[in-house]
Design a protein around this ligand. Structure first.
Ligand code: HEC
Length: 139
């Protein structure tokens, strides 16, 4: 009897973990920040963001008149939704003005480092990282 209860409890724990994975609020942090300094992956994300996304989404992910503020977007988009949008792109067909998020599926410099870009933007979105060029851990 006790064994059966333990198995049921474990089953619901696993289910809980699966649900948590797609919920942006409880997702495991995809970045490492110590005393305001970032790991190499977040730093790389910052640089890649500057090269490929900033001209539309603005400095530090803060948005522009053309494209949304990604520090706000990542409060409700999951990691999967983020990846899907960047790979496939998106077009806002309802707006009077046509704002296009290009598809980056064929851009190696983005696809290969998309998790780094996500980690950087997620840190910005969580308020764990301020504006501007971050300092790296150990430098
Ligand atoms: C040419 C301009 C442009 C570039 C470059 C660009 N985006 Fe976008 N992006 C947009 C626009 C415009 C939208 C809003 C599209 C819509 O309204 O459907 C958008 C939407 C998004 C969204 C969805 C936001 C939400 O709230 O749903 C994400 C995520 C995103 N972009 C990430 C990126 C990343 C990461 C990069 C760099 C790899 C990037 N974008 C580069 C213009 C751009």
């Amino acid at each position: 009897m006790i064994k059966a209860i333990a198995i049921i409890a474990m089953g619901s724990l696993c289910l809980g973990a699966a649900v948590a994975a797609s919920d942006p609020a409880t997702e495991e942090k995809p970045y490492r920040i110590e005393n305001g300094k970032v790991d190499g992956s977040v730093y790389n994300g910052y640089r890649r963001y500057g090269n490929s996304c900033m001209q539309c989404h603005g400095p530090d992910g803060m948005g522009s008149s053309y494209a949304p503020n990604l520090t706000e977007s990542l409060k409700h988009l999951s990691h999967e939704q983020f990846t899907e949008t960047v790979i496939n792109g998106r077009q806002n067909v309802n707006a009077s003005q046509q704002n296009v998020m290009p598809s980056f599926g064929h851009v190696e410099d983005v696809v290969l480092y998309l998790d780094d870009i996500y980690g950087y933007l997620k840190a910005r979105s969580d308020g764990a990282l301020g504006r501007g060029r971050p300092e790296r851990i150990g430098r």
